[in-house]
Design a protein around this ligand. Structure first.
Ligand SMILES: [Zn+2]
Length: 382
C-alpha cells in the first residue's frame, strides 16, 4: 500500500514521513469541506473564507492523526518497543514498531494511547470552540469568529470519529489490538491470540466492504471509501498475522546458524573479469567480499556481477560493483535472525555481511535463506 514517501523530519527522535496517497485525501478533504460542509454549516460567507477553512481543517486533521500515532509511539518506547517511524497515508497514519510489544498489558496500554490522544484533542477542540463562542458573544464578534469556531467543532467531531473507528475490534486497528492483548493475557500465547484477532479483523473488513457495496448500490458514492478501508483492513490483518508467524519461527535463532560461509575475500582493485575467472568459476562461492587491509567494503554476489554488462567486466573494479549498503549495519554472529531480517527489509538489502565486534568477517546471511527457514519451520509445525 505504501509507496514513495516524503520525509518531514523527526519528532522525539522518530522519523515522520508522508506517503503520496496522503495528498489525495488532503485535496479531497479540503475540497469537500470548502465546497460543501462549511457553506452548509455557516452560509453567506465569501468563498475565500471557505477555501481557507477547508485546507486548514485538513491540515489540522493531519496533525491530529500525527498526534494519535505519537501517542502510540511514546508508550511503545516506554515499554521498550522500538519505533522506526510514523507514516501518514490515505487512511490515516501508522507507527512502525520494531517488534511486537513485550506483554499483553504493554500492548493494551500502547493500543489505547492513540484513541485516548484523539479523545483528548476532541475534548480540547470542543472546549476551545465553546469558549470562543462565549467570547464572541460577549464582544458581539460572532460573524468574525464563527469560522474559527466551525473549524474547531469540525476538529472535535473528526477526532471523536477517529477514536471510535480505531476502537472497532478488528485487528490490527487499535480496538483489535486491545482484543488481542486480552486474548494474549488469557492464553499466554501471542500466536494464538493474533490468529483469532486477525480473523475478527478480516471479518470486520468484509463487513465494511459489504456496507460500502450497499451504499454504492443506493447511490452513495462515499461507500467506495468503506470498500477501500475494508480491503485495506483485510490485507493488514493477514499480513500482521504472517508477521507474527515469521517472528515466532525466527526469534531466538542466531544469524550465525544460517550463515553462508562460502565467501572469498578479494581486493578492491580486482576487475570483475578476474573475479569471475579466478574466484567464482573455480570455487563457486556464495559471494565475494571486497576488503581492503582487513576492512570489509562491500559484497559482490554472482547476481550482482551479472547485472553489469559483460563488455565492462574487464574495466570495472570489484569495489565499484560491490554492494556496500549492508556494511553500515552488518549482522552480528549472535544476532537474532528475525531482527536481521527486519533490518534487511528496511534497508531493502538481499543479504547482510556477518561481522563480529572485533571486525572479523563470518560470512553472509541472505533474505532468501531466512524466508526458506521460516517456510520449513512453518511446515514442520503444521
Ligand atoms: Zn491508533
Amino acid at each position: 500500500m505504501l509507496g514513495k514517501t516524503i520525509s518531514l523530519g523527526r519528532i522525539l527522535g522518530i522519523p515522520v514521513r508522508v506517503d503520496w496517497s496522503w495528498f489525495v485525501i488532503f485535496v479531497f478533504l479540503s475540497w469537500t469541506m470548502a465546497s460543501n460542509i462549511f457553506p452548509m454549516l455557516m452560509p453567506n460567507y465569501p468563498a475565500t473564507v471557505y477555501w481557507i477553512m477547508g485546507p486548514c481543517s485538513a491540515l489540522l486533521l493531519f496533525l491530529s492523526v500525527l498526534l494519535h500515532e505519537l501517542g502510540h509511539s511514546i508508550v511503545a518506547m516506554r515499554t521498550g518497543t522500538g519505533v522506526h517511524g510514523i507514516t501518514l497515508f490515505i487512511f490515516g497514519g501508522v507507527a512502525e514498531m520494531s517488534n511486537e510489544p513485550p506483554s499483553g498489558v504493554a500492548e493494551l496500554v500502547m493500543a489505547l494511547a492513540g484513541p485516548a490522544t484523539s479523545v483528548a484533542i476532541a475534548c480540547g477542540s470542543f472546549g476551545l470552540g465553546w469558549a470562543l463562542g462565549r467570547f464572541a458573544e460577549s464582544r458581539g464578534a460572532e460573524a468574525a469568529l464563527r469560522p474559527f469556531g466551525a473549524v474547531l467543532y469540525y476538529l472535535a467531531q473528526a477526532n471523536g470519529m477517529l477514536a471510535i473507528f480505531n476502537l472497532l475490534p478488528g485487528f490490527p486497528l487499535d480496538g483489535g489490538r486491545v482484543f488481542r492483548a486480552m486474548l494474549w493475557y488469557r492464553y499466554g500465547d501471542l500466536r494464538r491470540a493474533t490468529s483469532i484477532a486477525s480473523r475478527v479483523g478480516k471479518l470486520l473488513g468484509a463487513l465494511l466492504i459489504a456496507c460500502g457495496v450497499l451504499m454504492v448500490i443506493l447511490g452513495q458514492m462515499s461507500g467506495i471509501m468503506f470498500i477501500l478501508i475494508g480491503l485495506f483492513l483485510r490485507n493488514a490483518a493477514s499480513s500482521s498475522y504472517q508477521h507474527v508467524l515469521l517472528m515466532s519461527s525466527l526469534k531466538g535463532i542466531p544469524v550465525n546458524s544460517v550463515a553462508r560461509r562460502s565467501v572469498i575475500a578479494i581486493p578492491p582493485d580486482m576487475t570483475l573479469q578476474t573475479a569471475v575467472d579466478e574466484c567464482i568459476l573455480r570455487h563457486y562461492p556464495d559471494a565475494l567480499i571486497v576488503s581492503d587491509a582487513g576492512k570489509a567494503l562491500g559484497l559482490l554476489t554472482p547476481a550482482r556481477i551479472g547485472k553489469v554488462p559483460r563488455d565492462r567486466w574487464t574495466s570495472t573494479w570489484a569495489v565499484h560493483a560491490a554492494d556496500s549498503t549492508g556494511m553500515q549495519s552488518p549482522a552480528r554472529p549472535d544476532e537474532d535472525a528475525y531482527d536481521a531480517l527486519m533490518r534487511m527489509s528496511r534497508m531493502n538489502a538481499a543479504e547482510l555481511p556477518i561481522i563480529d565486534a572485533a571486525g572479523r568477517f563470518f560470512g553472509i546471511v541472505t533474505r532468501a535463506d531466512l524466508m526458506n527457514m521460516h517456510r520449513v519451520r512453518g511446515e514442520l509445525e503444521r
